[in-house]
Design a protein around this ligand. Sequence first.
Ligand SMILES: Cc1cc2nc3c(=O)[nH]c(=O)nc-3n(C[C@H](O)[C@H](O)[C@H](O)COP(=O)(O)OP(=O)(O)OC[C@H]3O[C@@H](n4cnc5c(N)ncnc54)[C@H](O)[C@@H]3O)c2cc1C
Length: 484
Amino acid sequence: MAPNEEHVTKLVNADPGLPRSNPTESYWQHIPHPLANTQSPTLPIEANYAIIGSGITGLSIAKTILEKSPAARVTILEARTLCSGATGRNGGQMAANAGEEYMHLAAMHGPEMAGRIAKFTLRNLERMQDLIEEYDAVGVSEMQRLHKLRVFLTAGKFSEFKESIKRMEGDHPSLRGLYTILDEQTVLKLSAQDFGIHGAAGGALIPAGTVWPYSLVTKIFADLLKKYSDRFTIETNTPVLDVGHDPKSTTPFPYTLRTSRGPLRAGNVIYATNGYTGHLLPSLRGSIHPFKGTMTVQDPGTLVPNQGKSVSWGFHYPPTHDPETGRSGFGLYYLGQSAKTGYFYFGGENARVDDTISADDSFVGENSVSHLRDVLPRFFGENKSTAWKLVSSWSGIMGFSSDGLPLVGRLPSSISGRSGGREWIAAAFNGYGMANCLLSGEALALMALGERVDWLPGAYGLDEKRLGSVLTAPESVKALTAKL
Ligand SMILES: Cc1cc2nc3c(=O)[nH]c(=O)nc-3n(C[C@H](O)[C@H](O)[C@H](O)COP(=O)(O)OP(=O)(O)OC[C@H]3O[C@@H](n4cnc5c(N)ncnc54)[C@H](O)[C@@H]3O)c2cc1C
């Protein structure tokens, strides 16, 4: 029996808690960065901007504020080691899903906004690649510019996708030519030549990339710490326990962040807390919920050629539910290959709902890993499920929102429960952080500095209409139960 609404409601509304102190180790972090445990000898007393979270969003916010505001003192507070959240444990895919989502977005927000979102994510990916080059991080982050082969495993999914692309291209001629649609035979023909994909109903190629986000983010943090040593600190192993505001304060620091190492007073509080947001902001529980993903690194040996410089893959299928095991497949697998080693980085969700709507990355569901080992070789025409060596496996926590879009902007007091108006959020990237976080962080930082930002899609904002209608716990339950 599919999990009932009551149970899913309980899960999405649960307190995600603080990031677990003993997370699984991701392959990306096997060699921790020298700054993994960086912190000041004593916690700073004050900061103009206190940013909670040291993932790519926290990085982007800090970088923008430091660059734009020469006097601003910035402190990042991180519960665990540097970049140990989703950014340090993801699939490394730099790809947008604008075309796939276009129909849905156009139905929800109209074609103009759907087009703005598509263009924003594409621009974000370009910015990622520019940033990697600007910081001379192509080598260290193993960045590859390539094509992503989106594979549709059923005729129904393929025709929905084609319909969505057709509509997007009709509404926005500037987006024409981005996707190259491939029929089943062409996807299979790739297989004869290059060991491509078996079992597809069709596919499409789109410009994309792959990256090692942990090494990129930690490298840039190191540069920023050096460049702005007099006014920027990162306090790892410093969970924020709660946030308070003194409306009577006459200082520039009316907020107090209570941490495991004592209080920090701040002028602005910025939440870059992704799937854990609901712990510090209980009003957002349910509208944002954690979603646990599993990743594997698998070694195909010499059975599959190394295509890591030219292609990555995504596999789309209709969501499934197995009443016997209680496990659900959430409709997507993602795959990249290391150009250096030929190892496959393969992820996708197939687990019980209690293991999926969860903020606990301290263990990997055994079934999730065996499922990923079973599925991957079959896409390449291998019938032996565990033929390939498992190099590594881990879990990580994404932030999902009820309407599938990030939340970027100033928090109203109805959400924070506090006056002051200087609390900000950039969170819930719904599994597509590499296509959203960098520019979302930049936009948020500029807003916090008082600048007008007209290039962030309005649908990412926190107006009362969104908060009262589509950004709610019942909407999360509706979206999830449709997939279970
Ligand atoms: C398994 C997996 C695979 C993924 N694959 C891809 C992919 O291939 N491509 C893609 O685009 N996206 C992918 N994603 C999503 C992507 O990684 C995220 O969207 C992105 O990294 C979010 O970045 P962030 O900085 O907002 O959050 P995070 O990187 O999660 O950072 C949030 C930080 O906040 C800290 N924190 C939270 N609460 C507190 C607190 N109270 N006190 C102090 N610190 C706190 C956490 O410890 C964490 O370090 C994947 C995610 C996972 C988990």
